[in-house]
Design a protein around this ligand. Structure first.
Ligand code: ADP
Ligand code: MG
Length: 688
């Protein structure tokens, strides 16, 4: 049903809902809670003193009134202040605004449980406007989990809770048929679909929530795998229709590189060249952690394709990266005296620039094309496209990968990803691709040195940047924001670079962010690459792919505001050359919790390990908010937290597929409908 069919949802509310991608009642039910408000056991003052993370958060406390309350304030504002003690006899305070009538509730000796945000003001632990419960009422609620939904302007949590609970009541009467075959549910201990829906929103107890979540993540993986299995079978049969030969010029090019390829790179280059000179169309994934040297493999392939008189194109997720790859490839082609024309294509070029680029691509004058998703524009036609490469594939959707491979006459496909997942999981998730792994860093790389510090280290940080610049190196500083904002307090690129320039007048400092014009971004990146800039203050636009080996310092401001996976990618921008590199995680807020999280990064350089530890630390209440980055945006499942479920879903999907690959049996009829629906509606939205 359209969301507007619900009582109380009109045009205006519907437009707010569209901000959350909710258009139908089904979308609404799939809008899962971000986390839950768990009514925990009341704490005491001693607990508050012992755990600094409790301050500023919601807690419950039980207390006995030790003094008849005062009302003070004047005219408009009346403050009711109640003094209490907990069971240890330690004092705390509760204040209410403009609710003088509550005074009668707080007779001497009365006992209540309060729940709200606790803060220490003037040495006294104080609740402002907490909720008030009798002991019996609180015991009823204790342990229950109330949903907290992702929200947007115009949509409150209360409203969502009511709408979802109303829908679920209706649902109970018209059960949706179960579409996962019974034997699968039994074998993998999966809750029934409707139970899962009910209990993901309103779990009566923790176990119900776990069961609901297990079922729903299984279902997501299961549908995803069934949908992609059919992609693979359609590709396996495609013959190689291009005449591509191994060229000596390419061997010479590899020989002439300023470095020796690692064994892992050599093996991968070999696999790729064997693919496109072989009998079948290539569909290959290259997996390798940041800095492992994936780009050179792509370049070798692009050059060999171009020298065979075909076109090759490489798509990257950001303009900054497109520009950088373009510039460095152009240099490389010139240095090697190769006769190859390359073209840049990004979304924000002017209409005229684009038209000219389109013409050169269509006529075949452009042999290698580098760009953003502008490369998959429908209007764009290629002359003779034989190879498409997607860099940082985890930033694109399956559908984008598909449209790229539908350009031309079904070109060879190469995708590259730095997502730190073990090979076993990669085989499942990228089921339709062959996999090469670059599991070796270039020789001579020193491990990056890490430090987690706060504002008190500011002077040292400045001196450190200055020292590295004097030594001939370059630095990145990352700020979470572009400019000053009312809603956030983190550092911003524009003000920060002004202030830093004052403090370090001898350094050449510039800033970069996503909102700059492409020509400006291009200029800044080029100047940074050529070492005409010493310190680049930037937002996370440089997070993926950017490569300036002379940069040795990555200083990240307000690092508590970033996800660990994102921080790992940012750190990957340094340590790309022979010199010792450093990563400084600066935090704006002092807290044990934040420090513990960042220590994970400090102690490990292994992306998968980092993701796993991050999850462990968060614990189950936080399960939901965990999105490692923009990658793998399944609705509820998380490939790190649910790795086991992913394996099971894959086994189940294979069993079904092997027995009935078109899902034609009666038993699989409902499943078939679901898979078709999924392929049409959901698959596009998964970044993989
Ligand atoms: P990523 O895998 O993160 O995309 P890049 O391909 O950008 O990494 O490579 C990182 C840096 O390492 C680049 O400066 C590249 O020129 C350099 N590099 C790549 N392979 C080697 C090698 N075998 N030896 C030394 N440096 C290398
Ligand atoms: Mg890269």
């Amino acid at each position: 049903m359209d969301i507007k069919a619900l009582k109380g949802v009109g045009e205006k509310t519907a437009s707010y809902f569209s901000q959350l991608n909710i258009y139908t009642t089904e979308d609404l039910l799939k809008h899962y809670p971000r986390k839950y408000d768990i009514y925990e056991e009341p704490v005491r003052v001693a607990d508050l003193e012992a755990d600094e993370d409790l301050e500023g958060n919601v807690v419950a406390m039980e207390g006995v009134v030790i003094k008849s309350p005062d009302i003070y304030g004047n005219g408009k504002l009346k403050i009711l202040s109640v003094n209490l003690k907990d069971e240890n006899g330690d004092a705390f305070k509760v204040t209410f605004f403009n609710m003088p009538f509550l005074k009668n509730n707080f007779k001497l000796g009365a006992r209540y449980i309060f729940r709200g945000i606790i803060n220490k003001t003037r040495k006294m632990w104080t609740f402002e406007q907490p909720k008030l419960f009798t002991r019996a009422a609180y015991k009823e609620l204790e342990g229950s989990m109330m949903p907290i939904y992702p929200l947007t302007k115009g949509i409150t949590n209360n409203m969502l809770t009511k709408l979802v609970s109303g829908l679920l009541k209706e649902y109970e009467e018209r059960l949706e048929p179960e579409y996962i075959p019974l034997w699968v549910r039994e074998k993998y201990e999966l809750a029934e679909h409707n139970f899962a829906m009910q209990n993901i929103h309103f779990p009566k107890e923790f176990d119900d929530y776990i069961n609901a979540r297990h079922r729903l993540s299984f279902e997501e993986f299961f549908l995803f795998i069934l949908a992609t299995l059919s992609l693979k079978s359609s590709k396996e049969t495609n013959p190689n229709i291009y005449e591509i030969n191994r060229l000596e010029k390419i061997d010479e090019f590899i020989e002439g590189l300023p470095f020796k390829l690692t064994n892992a790179q050599l093996k991968t280059v070999e696999e790729v060249r064997a693919d496109y000179t072989g009998p079948k169309i290539m569909s290959r994934l290259i997996q390798g952690d940041v800095g492992s040297g994936k780009t050179i493999v792509a370049i070798i392939a692009l050059l060999e394709i171009a020298l065979n008189n075909y076109q090759g194109a490489m798509m990257v997720p950001t303009e900054v990266l497109a520009i950088q790859q373009f510039e460095s490839l152009k240099d490389l082609i010139e240095k090697n005296g190769l006769d190859i024309k390359i073209e840049l294509l990004v979304g924000s070029m002017t209409a005229k620039e684009k038209r000219l680029a389109y013409e050169r691509i269509q006529s075949g004058e452009a042999q290698i094309i580098i760009g953003t998703h502008a490369l998959i524009q429908e209007k764009l036609e290629y002359k003779d496209l034989a190879l498409v490469i997607t860099d940082e594939q985890h930033r694109f959707g399956v559908a984008q990968r598909e449209s790229f491979s539908n350009k031309g006459r079904r070109p060879h496909i190469l995708v590259m990803s730095a997502t730190p997942i073990p090979r076993t999981l990669a085989i499942i998730l990228y089921g339709d691709l062959d996999i090469s792994v670059i599991d070796e860093l270039p020789k001579g790389r020193l491990p990056i040195k890490n430090a987690v510090v706060d504002e008190s280290y500011r002077d040292n940080a400045d001196k450190f940047l200055e020292r590295e610049v004097k030594a001939g190196h370059q630095c990145y500083v990352i700020c979470p924001m572009v400019e000053e904002s009312e809603n956030f307090t983190g550092a911003n690129v524009i003000d920060y670079s002004k202030e830093l320039s004052k403090r370090l007048p001898d350094c050449r400092i510039e800033y970069l962010h996503g909102k700059l014009k492409p020509a400006k971004k291009e200029e800044i990146m080029r100047r940074f690459s050529k070492h005409e800039i010493d310190i680049l203050v930037s937002t996370t636009v440089i997070e993926v792919g950017v490569n300036v080996p002379n940069a040795t310092v990555m200083l990240i401001e307000n690092s508590e505001m970033f996800g660990l996976a994102g921080l790992h990618q940012l750190r990957g921008r340094v340590g790309r050359g022979d010199a010792q590199s450093y990563c400084i995680f600066m935090t704006g807020k002092k807290s044990e919790k934040i420090k513990k999280r960042l220590d994970i990064l400090k102690n490990s350089n292994d992306g998968f390990e980092i993701a796993r530890k991050d999850l462990e630390l968060r614990g189950p209440g936080d399960f939901f908010g965990v999105r490692q980055s923009g990658d793998f945006n399944f609705g509820i499942a998380d490939i790190f937290a649910d790795a086991q479920t992913l394996k099971e879903a894959s086994d189940a999907a294979k069993l079904i597929y092997d027995a009935d690959n078109n899902l034609e049996s009666d038993e699989n009829a409902l499943l078939k409908e679901k898979v078709i629906e999924y392929r049409g509606k959901v698959l596009d939205k998964i970044n993989i």
